[in-house]
Design a protein around this ligand. Structure first.
Ligand code: PAF
Length: 281
């Protein structure tokens, strides 16, 4: 497995592979890999001849006062994990090469980025779509893989690919969870032991929503209230948002109908966790 830092080198390697008729799968990440990332890599490996992971803690998607500086970084650990999952190349660009002095071009997806994490983290999705568009141009994969845990990101990126006629297929794979239901995330590392014990409350609240819908409840306000009560029973949990939205425009629903996305963001101290689940009637 190769580790490549230079932008023109990765482009050249991919060009050569494609000239030989090989297919390329791509898993963009910010590193500190966990089983969620590795499941994407394994799927990519089963569907493509060559798999690239990018590791880039993208400064553009972090707001002022967010965790850019302390975001966990451990390339040696990532290298071993990526290799074990079948990755062929890790692309680790430097920020100075991704955003050289004078950099001036950004990608914005309207509407879909207004609510949920977009409301709590202004500018976040502009950073995500800009870096992913750049990474797609550099790696030019046939297929790219993302996790459902970042449901809004997944939808925003799908829209970008569609609207900008990007020549690749994007796949969203299920959230991978710890045994107690906590969605895997590099940010789980920030939790102290007390917070880690309480954190599965996000998934429990989502399961509660599903159960209430199964029992016939159709009012998002009532479901939301029950979820909030449960989350607030966890020590130190502060709800950032808790919404039931449609799966296309991510607009809050007045009544549960068809397929809906239940999404939560909860803070434990300075750590913000997100999770989501689909419900269907
Ligand atoms: O989901 C992430 O890890 C990041 O948002 C992504 C897609 C790699 C862009 O930096």
């Amino acid at each position: 497995m190769q580790v490549v830092r230079e932008l023109d080198v990765v482009k050249e390697i991919i060009r050569d592979l494609k000239n030989k008729g090989m297919t390329v799968g791509f898993v963009p990440t910010m590193g500190f890999l966990h089983e969620g990332h590795l499941s994407l890599v394994r799927t990519a490996k089963s569907e493509n001849d060559f798999v690239v992971i990018s590791i880039f803690v993208n400064p553009l998607q972090f707001g002022v006062g967010e965790d850019f500086e302390r975001y966990p970084r451990d390339l040696e650990r990532d290298r071993e994990l990526a290799d074990s999952a079948g990755c062929d190349l890790i692309f680790v660009p430097a920020a100075k090469d991704m955003y050289p002095p004078g950099y001036a071009t950004f990608v914005d997806v309207d509407r879909l980025t207004e609510g949920l994490c977009g409301a709590s983290r202004p500018g976040h999705f502009r950073g995500v779509t800009t870096v992913v568009a750049k990474l797609f141009n550099l790696v030019s994969p046939h297929k790219a893989y993302f996790g459902q845990k970042d449901a809004q990101q997944a939808l925003v990126l799908k829209k970008m690919v569609q609207d900008l006629n990007m020549d690749l297929d994007l796949f969203i794979l299920p959230t991978v969870r710890e045994a107690d239901g906590l969605a895997m995330s590099s940010r789980n590392k920030y939790l102290n032991s007390g917070e880690r014990e309480e954190a599965p409350v996000l998934y429990k609240s989502l399961l509660l929503a599903r159960e209430l819908v199964a029992r016939g409840e159709r009012d998002p306000l009532i479901i939301g209230k029950n979820m909030e009560d449960l989350i607030c029973s966890a020590r130190g949990a502060v709800v950032d948002y808790l919404e039931i939205v449609d799966t296309e425009e991510l607009k809050p629903l007045k009544s549960i109908k068809g397929r809906c996305l239940v999404a939560v963001a909860v803070k434990f101290g300075t750590t913000r966790l997100i999770d989501n689940i689909f419900v269907e009637v």
